[in-house]
Structures are given as C-alpha cells and as structure tokens.
Design a protein around this ligand. Structure first.
Ligand SMILES: [Mg+2]
Length: 234
C-alpha cells in the first residue's frame, strides 16, 4: 500500500460510544418521552448505535404502529432535550468519559491548523447536555458541528459540517482532509458518503473485529495510546 500523507484539518467526533458512555439514561429517556407523548411505552428497544435521534424516534413510532407519526415525532424531538436536561445528573452518575479521551482531545487541540468539533446523531441540544454532564462541552465549537437535528440520515452530515465551516471560518476543507471518529458501522457509512476518512474505535457496542472487517481507514481498540491516535491525523 502506498503511503499518502494526509494532513487532517478537521476532526469530527461522534459522542456516544466514542467520547462518552451515557449509561442507560439516554435509552430510558427515549422510553419516558415516547410514553408521555403517545400514551404508551415502547416494549422493545430500538438499537440506537450510530443512528440519529430523529431516526431512532421514527423507528420506535413505526414499531409501535403510532397513527400520526409526524406530529408525534415533532413533539418527541422537542421534548427529548427537556427530559434529558432534567436528568443530566443521572448521565453524570451512571456514565463515564471513555479511556484516553481527555488526552486525545488535548492532543488534537495542540495541533496547528487542526480543529475538532462534533458529528453526532444527537440533536444539537442533546449533544450539549451530554457533553456538559462530563464537562466536555467547552472543548468544542458547536456552531461548526453537525447533528441529528440537521438531518435524520447520518450520511448527510459531513457536508453539513463542511458548509458550516466554510461559512463561519471562511475556509474550504476538502472532504479527504476530514477525519470522522466513531464507534459504529453507521459512522463509517457517514464518512464514506461524505468523502471523509474514518477512524473507528471499539469502545461502543461493536467489537474491534467487527469494525476491522468493515475496513475503515483506521481502527483502534480505544484511544488510550494518544500518540498512536494522533498518528491517524498526520
Ligand atoms: Mg456512537
């Protein structure tokens, strides 16, 4: 394999399973909010990994055979952040920051010409609430990130971030100089759809071997080894 040197200009971090584990709180809040809006509680749990909040909500409503999906969806998406914020203390108590993350974020921050922000299926408000619970919110400029509130299909989100970057930083970044970091096959699909490179980390629900089989640009068990992680950017 020839060695192409890429300088990553923009790092796009997934949240759940990549930066933090929010415990079971987020899943439980989906159940509570859906129950309050529709009158019934989901009896099965939708697999959430790598999906956007609107996508997860729609899957629940379809499984539950809710009649007016669009209005229920809108109401749930408006209510979710309120419910999540009210239970932010539970995220802090039950969740944790994944190994090596603080040091990895420091490492990227110290690189000249590289910025890091978020690319997550969370609604922007939920992203802020989750990261604030772990005191990680000050690490990112949310304005240049891309969120589940921007599109229900994660594969649309790399261009959203790049457009925000162009508008707010007056800088055009070619997609191949973007590194998407995530923990699920959906993160890779999102990176590929956007022409970005992808680092998959096995700190979520998908195992290292499963991730490696997908042949992302990089795969790591976790981000504990900061210098090995930073090499993926250079
Ligand atoms: Mg994830």
């Amino acid at each position: 394999m020839g060695k192409l040197l890429h300088m990553t200009q923009l790092v796009l971090w997934d949240i759940d399973g990549t930066l933090v584990h929010a415990g079971n709180v987020a899943g439980e809040i989906f159940n509570q909010t859906i129950e309050r809006v529709t009158g019934s509680r989901p009896t099965v749990q939708v697999r959430m990994s790598g999906k956007t909040d609107p996508q997860i909500t729609r899957e629940y409503l379809e499984l539950m055979k809710i009649k007016d999906i669009e209005s229920a969806l809108e109401e749930i998406l408006q209510t979710l952040p309120v419910d999540l914020e009210r239970q932010q203390h539970l995220i802090r108590e039950q969740g944790w920051v994944l190994p090596g993350i603080h040091s990895a974020l420091d490492g990227v921050e110290a690189l000249e010409g590289v910025e890091q922000t978020l690319l997550t299926g969370n609604l922007e408000k939920n992203a802020r609430i989750k990261l604030k619970a772990f005191d990680l919110d000050h690490r990112f400029d949310f304005a240049v990130g891309a969120y589940g509130s921007d599109h229900h299909d994660r594969r649309e989100l790399v261009p959203v971030a790049l457009e925000r970057y162009r508008r707010l930083r007056a800088r055009v970044i070619p997609p191949h100089e973007v590194l998407v970091i995530g923990d699920s096959p959906n993160d890779l699909a999102c990176a590929r759809a956007g022409g970005a490179r992808c680092l998959l980390v096995a700190t979520g629900r998908t195992t290292f071997d499963e991730l490696r089989e997908l042949q992302p640009d990089f795969v790591m068990a976790n981000l504990e080894d900061t210098s090995a992680f930073l090499e993926t950017l250079l």
